[in-house]
Design a binder for this molecule. Structure first.
Ligand code: ADP
Ligand code: MG
Length: 243
């Protein structure tokens, strides 16, 4: 048995649009309980990589394994809903016609009572138990994002995919929600692939950073190492925005 379980393994992933390659030979892996940040400037191919892993974008080639089992590769493609991944995007897209509790319970299977109990426990965990029967529009942006987190985590996904989840939030709220999100994901032991264009966010949240440019991963390592020993001038310039 390996010491840590690799929840997500991506090898030589290539994606293109209209003959233009935007993701080139991306290889990365995320272990149980680990937060990997895919960091890079806008347009470098981060979201396409994440969408391919989620199963909503079809790659040209490469393999994607979740818990060791291929979900994309030469043998075919597993549909998104059977990949065991959770998704959180910038626009959290809660169902406006469902209560907060029903939003969180939505993707769960089993008895109604058990689904509701799981939803309650998670909403309590993110300090939103008073909003169980409220509707999304009655909550602030930060609160809605915490509901989205509870909803995504409720079915216990093996891998959580997050695409710039905090960039729509108020500066004042962002750090608190980042820390709270991180704590909850760590408690659940979920493997996380977090996409961001903000070096500061990656430094705060990542166990490991994969730095991406023009569709390729140009450097991988612990945040401290990537920050202190950038692979090239472009990487150094990218990090120089942090203060
Ligand atoms: P990032 O998330 O790093 O900003 P994306 O993965 O969204 O980058 O985009 C990478 C490149 O692919 C960009 O040049 C973008 O314009 C292009 N692209 C993304 N989605 C599509 C699409 N559906 N059709 C055509 N081009 C796309
Ligand atoms: Mg993007």
């Amino acid at each position: 048995m390996p010491l840590t379980t690799l929840r997500l393994q991506v090898d030589d992933l290539c994606c293109s649009f209209d003959g233009r390659q935007v993701v080139s030979d991306v290889t990365l892996s995320v272990a149980e309980g680990q937060v990997m940040c895919l960091l890079g400037p806008s347009g470098c191919g981060k979201s396409t990589t994440l969408r391919a892993i989620a199963g909503v974008e079809i790659p040209d080639s490469g393999t994607i394994r979740i818990d060791g089992a291929p979900v994309f590769g030469p043998e075919g493609s597993v549909p998104p809903e059977h990949r065991g991944v959770g998704l959180i995007f910038q626009d959290f897209a809660l169902f406006p016609h469902l209560s907060v509790a029903d939003n969180v319970a939505f993707g769960l299977k089993g008895r109604k009572k058990d689904k509701r109990a799981r939803a309650h426990a998670l909403l309590e965990r993110v300090h939103l138990e008073r909003y169980l029967d409220s509707y999304p529009h009655e909550l602030s942006g930060g609160e809605q994002q915490r509901v989205a987190l509870a909803r995504a985590i409720a079915p216990k996904p093996r891998v959580m995919l997050m695409d710039e989840p905090f960039s729509g939030l108020d500066n004042r709220l962002r750090d608190g929600i980042r820390d709270e999100t991180l704590a909850l994901l760590k408690e659940e032991g979920t493997a996380v692939l977090l996409v961001t264009h903000e070096p500061e966010e990656a430094m705060r949240m990542a166990d490991e950073i994969a730095l991406m440019r023009d569709g390729r991963i140009v450097q991988r390592g612990a945040p401290y190492n990537v920050y202190n020993a950038p692979a090239d001038r472009a990487a150094a310039a990218f990090f120089s925005d942090i203060n």
